[in-house]
Design a protein around this ligand. Structure first.
Ligand code: SAH
Length: 250
């Protein structure tokens, strides 16, 4: 009998941000597949096999999950945040599309999770309260000129913007170029939010005007949110400021 593949989002870090639906799937799994730090977040127990793997092997990892499901295993593929946002759900579907017919007939489920962008925006206030867009700043899977084009057009369209994977050690120049483009397209005091390790014990939230922002404020554990021209800051005595974008564009 065939098993199934559940592709589950385990949220940004804190246990209480894992949905009950995902907790149930993890409790029923026979096998957990995923990137090492995400698999480490799943408590081991008798009857469960953990299959941690390295970051850049998403399609191999997907094939492995599908092969185990064909053998009758109940496999959960874990992603941080939401599995459909720059994560494993698309990788599993790519593997299914290119794979044997029997993979198409498996039971497949995608279980949503709280994506880093939403956890970060909630911490800062409501910077995504009006129209916004999301860009993955990593050029591992797409050329830099495409990122640059999307960035510039999004800024010109006056979207608030949420950036995943803003700056890695292997490509520190990408975020520097991002800031140059934003400074060309946006006003100086545009609020930029750096939300690092959201919902983890070492969480930090920083808000900085665009013209004072420097590239070293971001790393791969940071979600960067740039307000639109309408985004506002409510300063409060003795409490963190509230950053929000009004519902109305007028
Ligand atoms: N599927 C994930 C995103 C994977 S891309 C999701 O839906 O959240 C990885 C990027 O997500 C990181 O480089 C960082 O920009 C962001 N990220 C993930 N967890 C985060 C957290 N707890 N705090 C801040 N940013 C986070």
């Amino acid at each position: 009998m065939s098993g199934k593949v559940v592709i589950a989002g385990i949220g940004p870090g804190a246990d209480n941000l894992v949905t009950p639906e995902v907790s149930t799937a993890l409790a029923e799994a026979t096998d957990i597949v995923g990137y090492i730090p995400y698999v480490e977040r799943v408590a081991n127990r008798p009857g469960l096999t953990l299959h941690p793997s390295d970051n850049r092997v998403e399609i191999d990892r997907s094939r492995h999950a599908l092969e185990m499901a064909v053998e009758g295993r109940n496999v959960v593929v874990v992603s941080s945040g939401d599995p459909g946002v720059f994560a494993m759900a698309s990788a599993v579907f790519e593997a299914i599309e290119a794979g044997p017919e029997e993979w198409r007939n498996l039971e497949i489920q995608v279980l949503p999770g709280i994506t880093a962008m939403l956890a970060a925006s909630a911490r800062a206030g409501a910077p995504l309260g009006h129209d916004f867009c999301t860009i993955n700043l990593s050029d591992n899977l797409k050329p830099w000129h495409l990122i640059e084009k999307r960035l510039r057009l999004a800024a010109q369209a006056d979207f608030a913007m949420a950036f995943y994977n803003p700056r890695s050690k292997s490509r520190p120049e990408g975020f520097e170029k991002t800031l140059i483009i934003l400074n060309e397209e946006c006003q100086d005091d545009r609020p930029v939010i750096f939300a690092r390790n959201v919902s983890r014990p070492d969480e930090t939230i920083k808000i900085c005007p665009l013209n004072e922002t420097t590239a070293d404020m971001a790393d791969m554990r940071t979600m960067v949110i740039v307000g639109s021209s309408k985004t506002r800051i409510i300063n409060r005595c003795g409490a963190a400021p509230l950053v929000y974008t009004p519902r109305s564009a007028s």
